[in-house]
Design a protein around this ligand. Structure first.
Ligand code: TRP
Length: 361
């Protein structure tokens, strides 16, 4: 970690966050009611198995532990690093269908697009006064995103969206935010804003508590073309909504190596290890065990094993997804309900905020 990024995420912070996440996991099982979870995604397309194994399953697990859970669809955030907006509505729909198919239950969790919660913008503005330009400029995740998107001109929302993200999190007083490592700098900013808000405006009556990131131990699934992150745009991803045939075709094309004997060696044989990992996550067996079973069967046998295991694992989810997609009203109903609940929470918080800021007239 370079010195310039220190303060927002040093390696100390990462180790400490991981340790704290493990403590919280233990507490969650005993006292789920002490927590309120908020997390979310940008609607850039339908989800793939990397999302399922990396975050969706974990959300469903938290929901099933009885923790209240909010899922923000960060549609404004899409405007920070891409020109097109024409697919946003379709993407929101696909994303919502993936959530529901994976087991998020609209009776127990609140799913909402943040563009429909005007109160978030009213929190955003005072929050902007609590951070400096230098702090915004120092965020390593923002720098990476600017690079990755190859932006020549950077709009102001790119630098400020982590502050809007603080509003996404703090409006409902969430104290736990399951995220990947890349989001830690944003979480640090939310924590800073909560702390500074209380210090500046709410000395006697603490309005916000600092939200904790919850890092999961979920493994990272690579793309089927080897080495790269799984992503729809690279055509190396098994989409949740894909058919069993499409899945088979994609896995058939997956990169492996020429060694016939199958072993689980993530360092030395990353492509083979990645397929074994998918098979392991789909069957609940260890990758080593599966490798032993395939033995000298080579890539061909490995691929047919992975295909069968994954298609079997996804069977119910896919059937549910297809059924839900038949109902043209469903997504809109789920989001309307989510927006209603989220807005009521946001209005409560905004009232408190105005109160302590001397802006209740
Ligand atoms: N920044 C997140 C991403 O790029 C999406 C997001 C927006 C989010 N608001 C959030 C995640 C609040 C967790 C909590 O994926």
């Amino acid at each position: 970690m370079s010195g310039r990024t220190r303060g927002l995420m040093s390696s100390d912070t990462y180790a400490a966050t991981l340790a704290r996440s493990q403590e919280i996991e233990a507490e969650l099982k005993v006292n789920p009611e002490k927590f309120r979870v908020l997390t979310g995604d940008r609607p850039t397309g339908a989800l793939h198995i990397g999302h399922l194994f990396g975050s969706l399953n974990n959300r469903v697990r938290l929901q099933n532990l009885g923790v209240p859970i909010y899922i923000v669809i960060a549609d404004y955030q899409v405007l920070t690093d891409r020109d097109t907006f024409k697919d946003i509505a379709t993407n929101v729909r696909e994303l919502t269908l993936d959530y529901l198919a994976a087991g998020l239950d609209p009776e127990r969790c609140v799913i909402f697009p943040h563009s429909h919660i005007p109160e978030l913008n009213q929190l955003f503005l005072p929050f902007l006064t609590l951070v400096t330009m230098a702090e915004l400029d120092r965020n390593p995740t923002i720098k990476e995103e600017i690079q990755a998107a190859g932006l020549k001109q950077i709009n102001a929302a790119m630098y400020t969206y982590p502050v809007h993200q603080a509003a996404d999190i703090l409006f409902c007083k969430a104290n736990l935010v399951p995220v990947g490592k890349d989001q830690i700098p944003h979480l640090e900013m939310s924590r800073l804003i909560a702390r500074r808000f209380n210090k500046r405006f709410a000395k006697k009556k603490r309005v916000f508590q600092e939200p904790h990131p919850l890092l999961s131990e979920a493994p990272m699934i690579l793309g089927l073309d080897g080495g790269q992150k799984m992503s729809k745009s690279r055509n190396n991803a098994v989409m949740l909504g894909a058919t069993a045939d499409e899945t088979a075709k994609l896995i058939k094309k997956a990169k492996t190596d020429s060694e016939r004997h199958i072993t689980y060696d993530p360092e030395g044989r990353p492509e083979v290890a990645n397929l074994l990992l998918v098979a392991s996550l789909s069957t609940g067996r260890t990758p080593e065990e599966i490798a032993d079973e395939i033995g000298d069967g080579g890539s061909g046998k490995l691929k047919s094993f992975v295909t069968d295991a994954l298609n079997e694992y996804l069977k119910d989810l896919r059937a549910r997804r297809a059924e839900l997609a038949q109902d043209p009203q469903l997504v809109s109903d789920v989001l309307t309900k989510g927006v209603e609940i989220a807005r009521a929470e946001a209005q409560k918080t905004l009232n408190e905020v105005r109160e302590v800021m001397n802006m209740n007239f």
